[in-house]
Design a protein around this ligand. Sequence first.
Ligand code: NAD
Ligand code: GLY
Length: 365
Amino acid sequence: MIPSSLRVQLGERSYDIAVNSKDLVGVGRFARERVNGTSALIIADTNVLAHAKIVESSLSQDGFRVGLAVRPSGEAQKSLDVAKDLYDRLLDLPADRRTLVVAVGGGVIGDLAGFVAATYARGLPLLMAPTTLLAMVDSSIGGKVAVNHPRAKNMIGVFHQPIGVWIDTSTLATLPEREYRSGLAEVVKYGVVLDPVLFEYLEKHSSDILRREPAAVGHIVRRCCELKARVVEQDERDESGSRAVLNYGHTFAHAFEAAAGYGAWLHGEAVAAGMVCASRLAERRGLVPAEVSERQIRLLRAFGLPVSIEPWPIDQLLDAMRADKKSLGGKMRYILPRRLGAVALFDDIPEAEARAVLTDVRGAS
Ligand code: NAD
Ligand code: GLY
């Protein structure tokens, strides 16, 4: 049984992740138990305004003087210009050094609000209330916060752990289908990288998960949070290589997102095809039998995710992979499966093998 309240153990930066269904109003009490400030700024986007309003009234009832900053949705919000507008909102509030910043939304809002919280007055407390599946299972946990440089995604950022994560899975009811399925790619990733039992659960319960059946959704969200918490505890600042396992499929995925034109493929869609490439590469290296790739492909297909790529020029994809921030000294680094539930980092794969895999996956349908 996975506990519904999980703790990320990071010494004085430890925090709880509370997972519930239909208890967004509980967020005020959760915040009040963790901070003694008197004011809060909620940062949200227009698509989650209804959820943000509930958070606003809950925080008010628990004694916070609350400001609400609502931004348009989209990756373009992760910019220094938008951060500056939010610093203005904090000045207007007026904020003090105990003002709580509350992110209500997906990974874009979480990264942006987190960056603002980390940098205003040398750091304000941050509470994450994620509303996309991706943000629930990944971006709201672990303290990576950033905005984009016009030429490089997530390039301006720091580590700033939240003081708590409040997950109400019922907020997923309003999430568009494509966004939900895209988040499922990251859930599949956790299974391949760390947990064969989770992988089997996904195979067995794929239709319940697609129907967003609350018990199934609660189960996968809690398990992924637990897995992410353990990874972050081992390697908070992404230095030892343990946290890098979460990048399974991502070297390929970033190249696909760039080739498609940012936004045309959602991140999770690119990760799905990226995992297929990484698994096929592992097969070529004799690390796993074909069945490991076939099971991933069947599951990703069941979730309506892409398992092949468009006819993008392979040289362009390889250029993008070499430029990825995970490559070191121009050498590509890959996280490859050794079996379902275990992966390892490789930096000695000949480029010709990546080229061969890309060619195969481009031709597959
Ligand atoms: P997103 O934040 O853009 O949300 C996707 C879309 O869904 C947006 O249009 C949003 O307005 C809408 N939305 C969100 N919740 C909704 C809801 N409950 N109902 C209706 N609409 C809703 O995208 P995302 O996939 O959540 O996050 C992607 C971002 O996360 C990227 O910027 C990526 O770099 C970042 N990220 C960060 C980390 C990290 O560790 N910090 C990890 C992974 C991804
Ligand atoms: N999403 C990858 C990480 O948090 O390290």
